[in-house]
Ligand binder design. Structure first.
Ligand SMILES: Nc1ncnc2c1ncn2[C@@H]1O[C@H](COP(=O)(O)OP(=O)(O)OP(=O)(O)O)[C@@H](O)[C@H]1O
Length: 309
């Protein structure tokens, strides 16, 4: 399963043709005279068609970032572009269009994603009706065909007539993914989509997200604490104190006997100003603090404790 995920995305280069570009993103919340800097100059680029996990401690800024990318919140400073939309320059009308057509969103709380009095199929049809153009008979037939197509692609065609209360948590989340996919968005954002599920059910929901990514070509970003999800995607980005701090990239390697395995490498993030956040354990191992000596070698940059020659 893991190998398939990596194989599907291995040829992609993050810099080319990005679906998401955040540059020096800042979000400050002010409540009762107290300011919280939830995002402190965050930089993130996600290539089109990629499947990325965002991880980080509670309060590190993951949901704040996802809400901005979803068009639900506006950053205080910096820039954010998703699927060609500049999120700081959207008029109220364009923001609504962006949220209905360009991005899909899945919340952690299963109950928040679906309307309880509608069937699964009616829930999926709703975003298309809100988008408009559903009045004519041809359009209505197209909507029904799209509902069936999305539910079938996610393996839940047989649940079309059920109401949310008649579905398990995992089934509800898969219907929620179908709802998010209704208007064929370029990007799907999911905030802890497996957070309320046991590990077996979580795997079926993750599989649905992977299907959306692989078979429908949608860029998928998942905020998660779930090690299964974070360990199965090509790229895992860690957020610390409102900034991207490190990344793990996975790729498929083939040995001389033709056996395939997944190779994993952790990187620290280099921002546009040349700043990196060095791993605490490396600094502690060499007793580095306050300042370090930096030298350029032909093929690397060397950092040494202050005072070393
Ligand atoms: N609407 C708000 N008003 C004030 N402070 C907020 C608001 N939303 C988030 N914050 C603060 O911003 C910081 C980042 O919060 P955020 O919810 O983005 O973190 P998170 O990484 O998603 O955490 P978790 O994993 O617990 O969901 C926290 O200190 C939080 O208290």
């Amino acid at each position: 399963m893991r190998r398939r995920a990596v194989a599907a995305t291995r040829s992609r280069t993050p810099a080319a043709d990005a679906a998401i570009v955040c540059d020096r993103l800042v979000r400050i919340f002010s409540t009762d005279g107290i300011e919280v800097q939830a995002l402190q100059g965050l930089e993130l680029t996600v290539a089109q068609g990629d499947l990325v996990a965002l991880v980080g401690a509670s309060g590190s800024g993951k949901s704040t970032l996802l809400n901005i990318l979803a068009g639900l919140d506006v950053p205080t400073a910096g820039s954010a572009a998703v699927a060609g939309y500049d999120l700081l320059e959207l008029s109220p009308r364009d923001r609504l269009r962006y949220r209905r057509e360009a991005v899909g969103f899945v919340f952690q709380q299963t109950a928040r994603n679906l309307l309880p009095f509608l069937t699964a199929a009616q829930n999926v049809a709703l975003p298309m009706q809100l988008k408009g153009g559903g009045g004519r008979r041809g359009a209505r037939a197209r909507q029904s065909a799209r509902v069936a197509e999305v539910l079938d692609a996610l393996g839940i065609g047989d649940l079309a007539g059920r109401h949310p209360a008649q579905l398990s948590g995992g089934q509800q989340q898969r219907v929620a993914i179908a709802v998010a996919m209704a208007n064929d968005p370029k990007v799907l954002l999911a905030d802890e989509p497996t957070g309320e599920l046991d590990s077996e059910t979580a795997a079926t929901v993750f599989e649905a997200l992977r299907t959306v990514n692989k078979e429908l070509g949608v860029t998928v970003v998942i905020v998660t604490h779930d090690p299964m999800v974070a360990g199965e995607v090509r790229r895992t980005v860690a957020i610390r104190d409102g900034r991207t701090s490190s990344e793990v990239l996975r790729s498929l390697v083939t040995d001389e006997h033709g056996a395939e395995s997944v190779s994993e490498r952790e990187y620290v993030v280099l921002d546009r100003s040349g700043r990196v956040q060095l791993p605490q354990k490396f600094l502690a191992a060499l007793g580095m603090e306050h300042r370090v000596a930096v030298d350029l070698a032909p093929d690397r940059i060397e950092l040494r404790p202050d005072g070393d020659s």
